[in-house]
Design a protein. Structure first.
Lengths: 417, 170
């Protein structure tokens, strides 16, 4: 019997010849990621008796959640983190404004195929786009990994999702993953590793692969992964990553579930409040007026996403009364978007452009909704109160194109009619 | 070990970490009492006021889905909740609960029974035997798999902080 991708990756990261679903292993990560929550993590690290971190070159910290800090408390958090980084000699620290951790980590060459990335953030699954296993863990566990360099994991069973056929014009990775989550449900892949295969994913750029792996978290998955191929190779070479040894699943690997998704049948999708699996085609959505349109975040704040939005906006101004908020995924993506003239075009359409950061996605600050307001968003969660206010607010999730089209109309509409 | 407590029966699946502990507090609050005062705020605003030490939560499937925020475990622990019995848990939430030594018990049968008889059973007592893996709700007894292996070791140490501290001392 062959091995799945996660079995191979966890075997390598735990120094075993082979492991199978159900085994308990101690995995050592290539990188362990955290963000503003590093302030709390370092407190726990000290509480558990940690003196020196186990490997100062494996810890990755990017400030992205409360950037720039809106109040004294959050500013102090950042100070504590900077002091800890200096004290411990942590090599991979990225100041606020560099971008969102899940964008910055690959951009600066910290992910390779075949490795484990642990992260104290639930969307660490994003790094599966590079043929790695991005596995989210909690804060205390992160502090423990800082100290010990490893943590225990149960090797998960795997799902194999085959994306076949060709998506119609205007249907992008976000629509595909929303459609899949609608089918699989919000807990359909809990504890499982999900592998994406097939022509649909082979033809997808890294940006799209990051979107689908990012949202694998929304079906409960421990990891979402796309096997390494030419597309990954090219992207990694651009980021200066050269030495690596990819791992692929065996043909006779044992999967708990196999699914085939025909992309030809998918149209633009939207997830309605307050659950990510509450998905319908935009064409079947009831009339929904929006107040805010959010373009950006770790799910859809990349160059490709901004391009899609600008193409739809096509020089027009957004509907009066609607606020279009743009949070690019990173400074590099923003610079490239600027070079291409996209930033200027977004401004011309009436967008408010912010620092590359997580922004209003989690309602911590900035872009908070008022009671009674609706938002169409490219982010990954639409839970009640997610954007800071629970009273009668609704967050709808969709692709950058749908968000842009809806900003023009002031109601949720399909980008291609 | 046995545990007895009043049940809060939350008749929903997919109760997520944002409604258990809203994101806007995650970088604001560190004090235990303050954190406890926002427990389940966006799900049932009356919970934090009325919860008592020793209470048990019963919920549907995929409890704790969403963010990896550990405060969604801590807030309930600090509020006095001693165990959560759910049809199933989201993966990170389950790990976080073990790491904080809060009992997270997967028992779909008990969850379904309590939710089916919610009107009668709400706020009545459940009795748990954590070694045997049984829970008594009303007149009915249900079984679950007790903790084992690594998870049990971490739990026995009192959570991941004392567990790691001991490992570092060695």
């Amino acid at each position: 019997m062959g091995s799945t991708m996660i079995e191979k990756i966890l075997a390598r990261s735990s120094g075993s010849d082979s492991v199978s679903a159900g085994d308990i292993v101690f995995a050592r990560p290539h990188r362990i990621l955290s963000h503003d929550n590093s302030a709390a993590i370092l407190g726990i690290f000290e509480k558990l008796g940690g003196k020196k971190v186990w490997a100062s070159d494996r810890i990755f910290i990017a400030l992205d959640h409360a950037v720039p800090p809106p109040d004294e408390k959050k500013a102090k958090n950042h100070t504590m983190i900077r002091e800890f980084v200096a004290r411990q000699g942590i090599r991979h620290f990225y100041e606020g404004g560099t971008g969102i951790c899940h964008q910055v980590l690959p951009e600066y060459g910290h992910v390779k195929p075949g490795v484990v990335i642990f992260g104290s953030d639930s969307h660490t699954t994003t790094h599966g786009a590079f043929g790695a296993a991005g596995i989210p863990i909690g804060r205390t566990e992160t502090a423990s990994v800082w100290a010990l360099g490893e943590t225990w994991l149960k090797v998960p069973e795997s799902f194999r999702i085959e994306l076949s056929g060709e998506a119609p014009r205007g249907v992008v990775a976000k629509d595909i993953i929303l459609y899949i989550i609608g089918k699989v449900s919000a807990d359909g892949a809990t504890y499982k590793a999900v592998e994406f295969h097939g022509a649909g994913v082979e033809n997808m750029d890294i940006s799209g692969r990051m979107t689908i792996c990012n949202m694998a978290a929304e079906m409960g998955a421990k990891a979402g992964m796309v096997p390494f191929d030419k597309v990954t190779e090219e992207w990694l070479s651009g980021a200066g990553v050269k030495e690596y040894d990819p791992l692929y699943p065996d043909d006779d690997a044992l999967y708990e579930k196999k699914m085939e998704i025909d992309l030809a049948g998918i149209t633009p999708q939207v997830a309605r409040p307050h659950k990510v699996d509450n998905v319908v085609p935009v064409s079947e959505l009831e009339e929904t007026v929006i107040d805010v349109a959010l373009l950006g975040t770790c799910t859809n704040g990349r160059l490709e996403d901004l391009r899609q939005a600008v193409e739809i906006l096509d020089g027009r101004r957004i509907k009066s009364g609607v606020r279009l908020l743009v949070y690019p995924a990173s400074r590099k993506e923003m610079q490239q978007a600027d070079k291409e003239g996209l930033i200027g075009k977004l401004l011309q359409s009436g967008a408010q452009i912010a620092v590359p950061a997580c922004g209003p996605c989690l309602g911590a600050y900035g872009g908070v909704l008022a009671p009674g307001e609706n938002c169409i968003s490219t982010a990954n969660r639409n839970f009640k109160g997610r954007m800071g206010c629970r009273e009668d607010t609704g967050v709808y999730l969709a692709s950058p194109a749908t968000v842009a089209a809806s900003a023009l109309e002031g109601r949720i509409v399909s980008p291609y009619i | 070990m046995k545990l007895k407590g009043r049940m809060w029966i939350l008749n929903d699946d997919d109760i997520n970490t944002d409604v258990i502990y809203p994101g806007k507090y995650t970088y604001e609050l560190f004090d235990e009492r303050e954190m406890a005062s926002h427990a389940l705020e966006d799900y049932d605003p009356s919970f934090a006021e009325q919860v008592e030490d020793g209470d048990i939560i019963i919920a549907g499937g995929n409890f704790g889905c969403g963010s990896s925020r550990e405060q969604a475990v801590k807030t309930l622990k600090y509020a006095g909740v001693k165990a959560i019995i759910a049809a199933s848990f989201a993966r990170i939430y389950y790990r976080n609960a073990i790491n904080q030594a809060l009992y997270a018990i997967e028992c779909p049968e008990a969850s379904q029974y309590a939710r089916d008889h919610r009107e009668k059973l709400e706020k009545s007592e459940a009795t748990l035997d954590l070694e045997k893996g049984t829970v008594m709700i009303g007149e009915k007894e249900f079984s679950f798999s007790p903790l084992s292996g690594k998870a049990q070791e971490i739990f026995d140490a009192g959570g991941l902080v004392p567990y790691t501290r001991k490992k570092l001392e060695k």
